[in-house]
Design a binder for this molecule. Structure first.
Ligand SMILES: Cc1cc2nc3c(=O)[nH]c(=O)nc-3n(C[C@H](O)[C@H](O)[C@H](O)COP(=O)(O)O)c2cc1C
Length: 375
């Protein structure tokens, strides 16, 4: 256990906790957050301008990311020997301040093995082994999720889950690849330029610190060539006409087949607080699965696109896209036994896999610090 000074919290410890917050996942690695360090804690602010994608309906993706960052900071505070008390939206929902985390010295440090899991956690888009995630593992993830009020983890319990869920993912992905705005957004956040070889992380140019390197998609040489050739929407549109636009939805469906299981995190009602809580639950599940040697990939199209129709109506979709989304939602609701009234916000696949060969990077801590005037 680490020695902690019982009266003050050093700036180094606070910065270390923030550094782990920044390691959290965010949609397309946009990192929609800022941090202020204070004498007795840390405040997390959402950057509501960071993600203007069609997926980020009412800031859902960014709020999930903030919840994940909060969870990492709570874990790290515990590792460092502090108890972390989290107040969500102290100024009210819709404001910039998402959480204030107050730290008080605890008798002993906890969660040392989770520190490694936070560093190792990543999005793994490879194909996984088909060996099912054991029921006990799912149950323990569900218990972890329910520690956050009003959140629920559903997972495949039925024997024949692969085919219907692969179909649901395929339908949602068909909508995703059929939208010019989502296509252009994906191409904007991908780095087609290679990461400079042999460079130290601290010297990495800022342009690589958000978004995702092409190789992070783990799509192989053919996948890389496909993505490069489809960069322009005009090319993609023609390709779709000849059926080549089906490649990505088919890849998505196959990745459901080649996985050990599918999970869906739902909230009981749509409030910003609940979405942040869901984000914290997701990060706990993700870190615990990592600790147990499992890989995870979010599959956001289905929950986020259907959530958009739920919150804002269907006017932003074509009739054929509405039909596909309705069908996808119906299949997911039935296959995962989502109870009436619960709102799906985050879907993922999990399983055993080889490690990824290219990770994502983060902004430097100092780029994300705002002054609180206190420390
Ligand atoms: C709300 C949310 C939605 C995401 N959606 C997807 C997705 O649909 N497909 C995918 O492959 N990754 C998805 N991701 C993973 C991010 O792209 C990933 O977290 C980010 O690029 C950082 O990489 P890392 O997780 O390896 O640290 C999502 C992450 C979050 C938090």
């Amino acid at each position: 256990m680490e020695e902690t000074d019982k009266t003050t919290i050093s700036r180094e410890i606070l910065l270390e906790i923030v550094r782990y917050g920044i390691m959290a996942p965010s949609g397309d690695n946009v990192q929609p957050w800022e941090f202020a360090i204070e004498k007795e804690g840390i405040t997390l602010y959402i950057n509501r301008e960071a993600d203007d994608s069609f997926f980020n309906t009412q800031q859902v993706a960014s709020l999930i990311a903030c919840g994940a960052a909060i969870q990492n900071m709570v874990y790290m505070a515990e590792v460092k020997g502090f108890e972390a008390k989290v107040a969500l939206f102290p100024q009210g929902e819709g404001k910039k301040e998402v959480a204030h985390i107050q730290l008080t010295p605890a008798d002993r440090s906890q969660n040392e093995s989770i520190e490694k899991a936070m560093r190792e956690r990543c999005t793994n888009r490879r194909m996984y082994a088909t060996r099912p995630i054991p029921r006990e593992t799912w149950q323990s993830m569900a218990t972890t999720t329910e520690k956050e009020p009003d959140t629920l983890l559903l997972y495949n319990k039925e024997k024949a889950w692969r085919r219907p869920l692969a179909h649901a993912v395929y339908l949602a992905d068909m909508v995703r690849v059929g939208r010019q705005d989502l296509h252009e957004y994906l191409m904007k956040i991908l780095h087609f330029k290679p990461i400079p070889k042999g460079i130290r992380e601290e010297d990495l140019p800022d342009e690589f610190r958000t978004g995702m390197p092409l190789k992070n998609l783990q799509a192989g040489l053919m996948g890389d060539i496909y993505m490069r050739s489809m960069r322009k929407w005009s090319v993609m549109r023609v390709a779709r006409y000849f059926g080549a636009g089906l490649a990505m939805p088919l890849f998505g469906a196959m990745s459901v087949y080649l996985s050990g299981g599918i999970g869906m995190i739902c909230v009981k009602s749509f409030t910003e607080t609940n979405i942040v809580r869901a984000g914290s639950a997701i990060e706990r599940v993700w870190c615990e699965l990592t600790r147990e040697g499992y890989a995870l990939q979010p599959m956001a199209a289905l929950p986020l696109l259907t959530l958009r129709t739920y919150l804002e109506g269907t006017s932003a979709f074509t009739p054929s896209h509405i039909k596909k989304l309705e069908k996808a939602k119906k299949i997911a609701t039935r296959s995962l036994s989502i109870p009436d009234g619960f709102i799906p916000v985050f879907m993922f696949r999990a399983g055993q896999s080889a490690p990824i060969t290219q990770r994502t990077y983060r902004k430097k801590t100092e780029q994300l610090l705002v002054s609180s005037g206190e420390i």
